[in-house]
Ligand binder design. Structure first.
Ligand SMILES: [Zn+2]
Length: 490
């Protein structure tokens, strides 16, 4: 069937449903045609487009812009998935071993396994916070090989030093005097420089699909000096900055004790929002003050429903939406099915909306339309990419089609509101993926890699990590159920 696979160039995609911009939002149009020429969408029409170009008919499918994951650690899913859930998030040792014990080929095998999952489930752009500069290099190598679009960065401090500064392996936060805390500054500045060099090397590489950012781990592992250095480096790359922002109440309290300001106010006072910022988690946000600041900044809150694997944590997505903060969706670290992530962002957002209320704080019930708009156009706008996240003339041909009419997901025919069918879908329903006009998945077949090879290479690297975990007694101990923490909103 190889002759049927469309190639880069001219093609007309005729889909039964197409998601297009509509004012500030999006709408579904029926039986529309999208003409692609090389890397661009050149025409979108509800009439038949006259052309001799090859036609691809997508009956029963919804064509959407390629999804943008607003917060991603591609490299760490394979060795941690399904071994952290019974232990309630204790993944620090696995991540540390990955960074220390795997060579570049093994790291690339793990990165490739997960990046392939993201692409084939419709995520064409990753705002990637690799856990070290080594892992950022691995991401960039694999993204180059697969033709992914990415905004990679290496987290600072990276995995090698993080747990010295932050907390004992997934246990309590480190208590240290301010002098000891300051002694980590030179090491962090050196990491920032190494990540800047990575960024300069890869900036605009791969036909401009790779645009590196800078990344701060969080506010409680930085000082004004290191945050200022990150902002300066991010400005020189020109693509923005990533951070886990106010990810816990403890983080905000620590920052307030050290610097007299809450996490969000503190980075604002240091000028972080002079560059676009992608932030994740925000369990420790002050919901009375922080959303108002962030709604007035170049900031994207990436809600990550699978933040510590599969769990019941509820991030403040409904409150951020209600305040007018730009909200996207991120896969974070352990689940790489983008459709599942979209769905779970909605479900968990609704659980929070109905289950948690903070007096005086507005909340809005998230809908699938919010999640899809957030993971396409809104994320693209914060990336300053009017050519991404929308199906319109002149935009990049990053396109995804999903079977929303077949078994399990649909009703045999196109439903009146096909976005709602995504709530019944997973990545298995993604049928076609294009990035920059290149076909990555055609009719359900992955074209950029061989699944068997990806599996075999990932298996070897992952088994190596698990063997070390076995030797360390990881599988013999269950972390006991934790008492309920403080209220998420201060
Ligand atoms: Zn993260």
């Amino acid at each position: 069937m190889a002759k049927d696979i469309p190639t880069y160039g001219e093609v007309i995609i005729e889909a039964e449903a197409v998601l297009v911009p509509d004012g500030a939002g999006q709408k579904v149009i029926r039986n529309a045609s999208v003409q692609v020429s090389n890397d661009r969408i050149v025409k979108v029409s509800e009439e038949r487009i006259r052309s001799n170009a090859k036609r691809i008919e997508l009956k029963g499918q919804l064509l959407v812009p390629g999804f943008i994951s607003g917060h991603t650690h591609v490299g760490c899913a394979a060795p941690t998935r399904a071994i952290i859930e019974p232990r309630r998030g204790n993944y620090a040792l696995a991540l540390k071993l990955m960074d220390e014990d795997l060579d570049d080929a093994e790291l690339d095998a793990i990165t490739a396994f997960s990046l392939a999952d993201l692409i084939r489930t419709g995520c064409t752009t990753q705002v990637e916070m690799s856990l070290s500069v080594r892992q950022a290099e691995s991401y960039a190598r694999v993204a180059e090989r697969f033709g992914a679009r990415g905004y990679p960065s290496g987290m600072t401090p990276g995995m090698g030093r993080l747990y010295e500064i932050w907390r004992s392996a997934a246990g309590p936060f480190k208590v240290m005097n301010d002098e000891d805390f300051q002694s980590y500054v030179p090491g962090t500045l050196a990491e920032i420089e190494a990540n800047l060099q990575f960024g300069l090397k890869w900036n605009n590489a791969c036909d401009d699909r790779i645009r590196p950012m800078m990344a701060a781990h969080a506010t409680d592992t930085h000082t004004p000096e290191t945050i200022t250095a990150l902002i300066k480096a991010a400005k020189s790359l020109g693509n923005g900055l990533q951070i886990h922002l106010a990810q816990s109440v403890e983080e905000s309290e620590q920052v307030f004790r050290r610097w007299g300001l809450r996490s969000v106010e503190w980075v604002d006072s240091l000028g972080m929002f002079e560059v676009p910022v992608f932030g994740a988690h925000m369990f420790g946000a002050n919901l009375h003050y922080d959303p108002t600041i962030l709604a007035n900044r170049d900031y994207l809150f990436a809600t990550c429903p699978f933040d510590i694997g599969v769990n019941g944590n509820l991030q403040p997505y409904p409150e951020m939406l209600a305040a007018g903060v730009s909200c996207g969706v991120g896969v974070d670290a352990h689940n790489m099915d983008f459709i599942e992530t979209l769905k779970m962002a909605v479900v968990k957002g609704q659980a929070r909306h109905y289950g948690i209320s903070t007096p005086g704080v507005l909340s809005r019930n998230p809908m699938i339309e919010d999640a899809v708009l957030g993971a396409t156009r809104i994320s693209a706008d914060i990336l300053k990419r009017p050519d991404l996240g929308r199906i319109e003339e002149g935009a990049k041909a990053d396109l995804v089609s999903i079977d929303v009419s077949g078994g399990v997901v649909g009703s045999g025919s196109m439903s009146p509101e096909p976005l709602s069918n995504l709530l019944y879908a997973s990545g298995h329903q993604v049928r076609n993926v294009l990035i920059d006009g290149h076909w990555k998945v055609f009719n359900g077949e992955m074209l950029f890699a061989e699944a068997a090879e990806l599996n075999a290479a990932s298996a070897a690297a992952t088994e190596k990590i698990w063997e070390k975990l076995r030797a360390a007694g990881y599988f013999d101990t269950l972390v006991p159920d934790l008492p309920r923490g403080k209220a998420r909103a201060e």
